[in-house]
Structure formats: C-alpha cells, structure tokens
Design a protein around this ligand. Structure first.
Ligand code: 5RP
Length: 262
C-alpha cells in the first residue's frame, strides 16, 4: 500500500479502532431532527470523534476550516426520502473536490439487491479507480434504503464481501445477529452503522459492544448519539467500548455518570 493511502487510513483509524461521526443524513433526509444546524450539533462531539462523515455542502458551510478532525467526504447521492427510490444514487462529488477539501477518505452507498444494484456497484468501482490514483481510501456504505428488514447476516455478508471485492478499503454495515459471520467473510475492516434511534439507550451500547467483540473495528453512528438527550455522555460511553474495550454495562455506567454532570 502506498504511503499516502496508509497515512490517510491512519488518520481515521487509531490503533486499529475508530469512531466515525456521521452528519451526512441531510443529503437525502433534508433537515433531520437535531441536525437542523449541523455545526452546533457536532461542536461538543468533535473532541470524541475520530472522523466526520459529511457532504461537501455541510462541510463548507457548517464546519470551521481550522477543524482538525479528519474528514470522510460523502460523495454519493441524487435521491431523497420523498422521491421514487432511494437506491437510484450517482456519484455527486469529484475526486478533485475531495482533494481540495483535504478529505482523508471518501464514502459512497451501494444498494445490493435493489433495482439499482449494478449502477451503485459501478459507482463504487469508478470511485475506487479514481481515488486509488491519489491514495484516497474509499468507504462503502451497504445501504438498504427504507427496507430495514433486510439486515441479516446472510444479506450483509454478501454486501460487505462484494464491496470489498470492488476495492473498498473500509465497509460500513448494520449490526445484526451473528455479526462475526459478516466480519469473518469480509477481507477489509468493517464498521457498524447506527440506524434509526433505538427505543432504549442501553440497546445501542449492547449492539456496539457485541459488534466489537465479533470483530468490527468501530462505528459510524450518528442518530443514536446526536438525537440522544445526552449526546456527550453517550459518545463517551461508545468511545469507551471502542477504544478501551469497555463492556456494555461499564459503558452504561459512564453514560449514567455523565448524565449527572451539569
Ligand atoms: C446515511 C448514512 C449515515 O452515515 C449512516 O446511516 C449512519 O448514521 P446513523 O447512525 O444515524 O444511521 O450513511 O446514508
């Protein structure tokens, strides 16, 4: 692997582990709850984030240019939650733009099993062809659109393996039962996506701890942090699972103790 590629990967993955903070939701959801003003939402969370997953529009307009948290630039889109099909994505942002914005990595969604499977997989291949030329890692997002019930080990293993085969350096996928099956058949590191806010806070800590125990290298988890009424205690708890090997119970104590601090 070239020095530039290794260097960029080491900016976003620390000692083999990572907590990516996604705030890219607006690219298809519009002004998502608690993300109406992304700059304000992320301000207290940046010290605990290993990288920020963001579109160029929000990066330029809401993130100060003296920010030192590495950027993973969201470069796919073209659909919306009120449109016909979320899977019909294209590449939205050039590799020159990623370089101009000093991105450490780029990220794009693939929709395997959808009507747009071929198109989104070719988007990934095109992006890898271009990004590799500049030593920029590509993170593939195995997206399911509105079909959240698709998230099982068999389907997600298929998605992650295909994304890795096409050249993704990191794959982001949903946690599921038997998550080790997904990780063990994927030759590149896997990070856990969050999904919609869970009913209880402990559920998040449990699935993150389980996913880490089963081989994930970290998370790319947004709504379950910044839609929480106590986002800083929550991110500290998740960080402890990822970087300090804390159990879900130990992390919950960090969360509960953090909630008491005024
Ligand atoms: C949207 C994304 C988000 O980055 C991803 O869904 C993670 O955020 P959350 O934890 O809120 O689901 O890729 O397509």
């Amino acid at each position: 692997m070239d020095w530039g590629m290794k260097n960029r990967l080491s900016q976003i993955i620390k000692n083999g582990k990572c907590l990516f903070m996604p705030i890219d939701h607006g690219y298809f959801l519009g002004p998502t709850s608690k993300l109406e003003k992304p700059g304000e939402t992320i301000k207290p969370l940046l010290p605990y984030s290993d990288a920020l997953f963001v579109t160029r529009g929000v990066l330029r307009s809401c993130v100060p240019a003296d920010n030192t948290v590495p950027i993973i630039l969201r470069v796919s889109g073209g659909t919306s939650i009120v449109g016909k099909d979320l899977a019909n994505e294209g590449i939205t942002t050039s590799i020159q733009e990623a370089i101009r914005l000093n991105a450490s990595a780029v990220g794009l969604s693939v929709f395997i099993g959808s009507e747009y499977e071929r198109q989104t997989l070719l988007n990934l291949s095109t992006l890898v062809n271009e990004a590799e030329g500049y030593g920029i890692p590509v993170m593939a997002v195995t997206a399911v659109g509105k079909e959240l019930e698709k998230r099982d080990a068999r389907y997600l293993s298929l998605c992650c393996r295909i994304a890795a085969e096409l050249g993704a350096k990191v794959v982001k996928t949903y946690w599921c039962e038997d998550f080790d099956k997904v990780v063990n058949s994927c030759p590149v590191p896997v990070v856990i996506a969050g999904g919609p806010k869970t009913e209880t806070d402990f559920e998040v800590l449990e699935f993150v701890a389980d996913g880490m125990k089963r081989g994930a290298i970290g998370v790319n988890l947004g709504r379950n942090i910044w839609q929480n009424a106590h986002p800083v205690p929550m991110i500290k708890a998740i960080r402890a699972i990822i970087h300090e090997n804390a159990s879900a119970k130990e992390a919950n104590k960090i969360y509960e103790d953090g909630k008491k601090v005024k």
